[in-house]
Design a protein around this ligand. Structure first.
Ligand SMILES: NC(=O)c1ccc[n+]([C@@H]2O[C@H](COP(=O)([O-])OP(=O)(O)OC[C@H]3O[C@@H](n4cnc5c(N)ncnc54)[C@H](OP(=O)(O)O)[C@@H]3O)[C@@H](O)[C@H]2O)c1
Length: 244
């Protein structure tokens, strides 16, 4: 799918990987709905940056735990830009949960943001995509959805579900909309990771590197404009971490 003139909704686009994806899509000529929850200044800053380079962008706030807020943000995007062609589900919650300390709230939050929200965002966005005749949905997964990390149980179960959701949505939304997942290895460790912890992540890959947000953005571009033939797939982008 040609991205120039299209509209992309990117969740969690104020910071980190979501921001790099949004900037890359804008670089290909797509107008960007910059979704955020708390990173309002960062989201506005990205909107201004895209506009300065001649692109189109608008920020939209939504708490992804709330399906009504997801629907309102997608509707506001359609009202603002008049169409929607690409959805990237990048927002997530990720924090350590030792097995014996996992609470019901941990389950609800992890499943809501990491699994339920991508479904509802996809359903609202895909309704517009199907009316238009084409669309792309990219879900940001984790290699640990295949081989679980310890002490992140509800997160890894949600990311495992995201791979299943990708396949199920690919069937539901065919033939107009292609739905794919990118299962990431270490790219941007949490801000509070020490140099030793980051080095341990690096050593756990086969490539002995940490991936870059640019690597992820390139993979998203490939799944959006590089091919229309991939759907239901999960691309491992993990430096070989799964095999390491
Ligand atoms: N970073 C990595 O190395 C890595 C590795 C494996 C997989 N991944 C996956 O790749 C994706 C991007 O990673 P990341 O590290 O950039 O993500 P992240 O920092 O964990 O989260 C991205 C954004 O999600 C948003 N968010 C969290 N809870 C929300 C809620 N209730 N409602 C709305 N937005 C919410 C936050 O937006 P605000 O800041 O606006 O509040 C946050 O900035 C994620 O799906 C992640 O699981 C990343």
């Amino acid at each position: 799918m040609e991205l120039a003139g299209k509209v992309a909704f990117v969740t969690g686009a104020g910071r980190r990987i979501g921001r790099a994806i949004a900037a890359a899509l804008a670089g290909r000529g797509a107008k960007i709905a910059v979704h955020y929850l708390s990173s309002r200044d960062e989201a506005e800053n990205l909107v201004q940056e895209i506009r300065r380079t001649g692109g189109g962008a608008q920020s939209f706030r939504a708490n992804l735990e709330d399906v009504n807020e997801i629907e309102a943000a997608i509707n506001a995007t359609l009202a603002h830009f008049g169409r929607l062609d690409v959805l990237v589900n990048s927002a997530s919650v990720f924090y350590r949960m030792p097995y014996d300390d996992i609470t019901e709230r941990d389950w609800d939050l992890n499943l809501a943001v990491n699994l339920k929200a991508p479904f509802f965002a996809a359903r609202f966005a895909a309704a517009a995509m199907r009316r238009q005749g084409a669309g792309k949905i990219v879900n940001l997964g984790d290699w640990a959805g295949i081989r679980p990390y310890k002490s992140y149980l509800p997160y890894v179960v949600a990311k495992s579900g995201l791979i299943g959701l990708t396949r199920a949505l690919a069937r539901e939304l065919a033939p107009e909309v292609q739905v794919n997942c990118i299962a990431l290895g270490p790219v941007m460790p949490p801000d509070d990771y020490s140099a030793e912890e980051i080095d341990r992540l690096r050593q756990g890959t086969l490539t002995k590197t940490i991936g870059s947000p640019d690597d992820v953005a390139k993979a998203v571009l490939f799944l959006c404009e590089g091919t229309d033939f991939a759907t239901g797939s999960t691309l491992l982008l993990d430096g070989g971490r799964l095999l390491g």
